[in-house]
Structure formats: structure tokens, C-alpha cells
Design a protein around this ligand. Sequence first.
Ligand code: IPM
Ligand code: MG
Length: 364
Amino acid sequence: MTNYHIGVIGGDGIGPEVAREGLKVLSAVADIDGFTYDTVEYPYSGEYYLKTKELVPPHMLDEWRALDAVFLGAIGHPDVEVGLVEASVILGLRVGLDLYINLRPIKLYAEHLCPLKDKKPEDVDLTVVRENTEGIYSQVGGNFKKGSPDEIATVTGIWTRKGCERAIRYAFELARQRAAMRDAGRNPRVTLVDKANAIRPQELWTRTFAEVAKEYPEVETDHAYVDACCMWLIKNPEWFDVIVTTNLFGDIITDVGAMIQGGMGIAASANIHPGKNGMFEPIHGSAPKYTGQNVANPLGAIAAAGMMCDFLGQKQAAQRIENAIAMLLGSKRIPSVDARSGLSTTQIGDMVVKEIREQVSRDT
Ligand code: IPM
Ligand code: MG
């Protein structure tokens, strides 16, 4: 029987609560699909930092690299310097483990969840491939003459040929796979999103995209500047299949994406180095105002647990989780994906487990 080693970072605010439900669902599918895992919990968070002044120590990356996956709730505490713990834990993992792909599916499970007029589930089904280690997140820069009237703040946007090529290639492979999984009638398409008209060095992405595209003649190519992409995502989300983009733009457009799939409460992400390491997290933050109230919607974390199963090779388990979420939202048994669904965090976790078990007994 396959056994996986999974690191768990509950983090701040609602993070530990939603992560617990993700793990509850993981335990159910492991039981059904016949795999086992052990978990090691790590305390790193804003709250832990306030108590101990400790961030992630450098040797921790070696420990995390040896795991099969890391599962994360959320990081961010209102009393800690902005970005300090996020940089240490989230960006530390992404860069430290070279998790160069941030995969963010945007899928509408039920029409009533979509704030856009007349858009149906078949109109909102795309995946964003966000380059996850470079760009303006490089941290190369700083403040000079800090606090004086002459202060200068700089950060260098770094895009490498290697970095953009591996993200673009992943996007084309994904478009191919997605097309193979769905009914004919919709061609695979990859859209490059950049801002090369204003940020001229991003022309590296334009050129690399054109070169890689030649290897995938059956995949349609498209391009949008990031500002226009935000507009098209609202106006015509059905145009998109796979989007590939830089780190910051991927961050921004996937919040738009989360809203058109119903809200931040359902959006999940996989930070991966294919074939090596992965970190899985909901894309929402720590939502301090809902901490400890058992009201946060854990579907984002549960969907992230599904993406973790997929990465670990447990495809059937991943599919079960996705089907259960789709059924519960489609039937309105879970009526919304925000904190006002009328259902508690733990209740939603239990409902997903029950739905998975019922699907198994229906199928057998
Ligand atoms: C995300 C988040 C992070 C990011 C923050 C918390 C550093 O917004 O994962 O989308 O900007 O990548
Ligand atoms: Mg974000």
C-alpha cells in the first residue's frame, strides 16, 4: 500500500479550521482508494511569529523537500508586519522548493453561484498556469534612505528564459490533456497573458510562447494584455481554456477568476514542481474576522486536498472529491461558497465525506 508523507501548516485565522476539513476529506478518500499517509504539523504562522519571533528556519526547506506534499491553510495576521510571514512560508516554499507552476482551476459548478449574467457552468471552465517563482515577486530590491524625503524603493522584475519556457510548456501540455478529457467540439487553446506593450522585456514571453507553440500544432494560441484579460474574463469567460501568465498577473487574474466561479471560498491552488514537490492551498486568505467561529467555507481547502491527490497520482480520489463538490453545489445542498451559507465549516466537511461515501455505494 502506498504511504505518503504530508506536511501540514494550518497557519493563521481560518487556516487551521479549513485545513482540518481538507484532511477529513483526504482521510475518507484514502480509506476508499486504499492509500495511507502520515502527517507532520508545522507551527509557522503570524501567530507563532508573535509568540516566538521565529520564521521558517532555512534547514526546514530540506525537511519539506523530502515530503510528498505540503498542505497549507492560510497565512496572514493583522498584528504582524505585512508580508513578513507570507514571504517566509508561502513564497519561501514556492521559491525554496522551486514550485514553478501555480495551477489555479476556475470552474463554475452551478449557475446560481456566478455573478455574471447568463453564464452557465460550461461557460466558466478554465485553468490559469501562473509562473510561481519569478517576476516582480523576486524580492530583489529594497529601500534606500528609508524614512527620509529622498527615499527610493525598488524591486526588480526577473523573467528568465528557463522560467517562462517551463511554464509555457506546462500550459500547452495541460491544454492537450484537458482536450483529451472532454468531449470533442472544443479545441484546446492557450492564451498568453502579459503586459509586453508597457513592460517591454516581457517580450521574452511573447517570443518563447511562439516558439513552444510550434510544437503543439493542434493547440490554438491567443494573447491578451493583463488589463484586457480582466475585462474578457468578466465579459466572455467561455473564450478561455488555459491561460499562462507571469507571477503577479496570475495572482491578480485568479482573484477575478475566483469571483466568477462563485467566490474566494471555492478557489484552490496547487504549487508544484512536476515530478518532485508540491504545496496545496486554498487561494483565500486567513480571514481574521471569521477565526474560530466555525463559519468559514472549507471548500477551497477541500478542493486543494483534491489537487494534492491528483499530484500524488491518486486520480480517482481527486475525481471523487471534485464530483462531491460539484454535486453538493449543483443541488444547492451547499447553497453558497462564502461564510453565509448557513452551514458550519465542520458540517460542510462532513457533507463532502458523506457525499463521497454515498457515491461509492451507488457505484458498487
Ligand atoms: C496568493 C496570495 C499570495 C500571493 C500572498 C499571500 C503572498 O495572494 O497565493 O494568491 O500573492 O501569491
Ligand atoms: Mg492572491
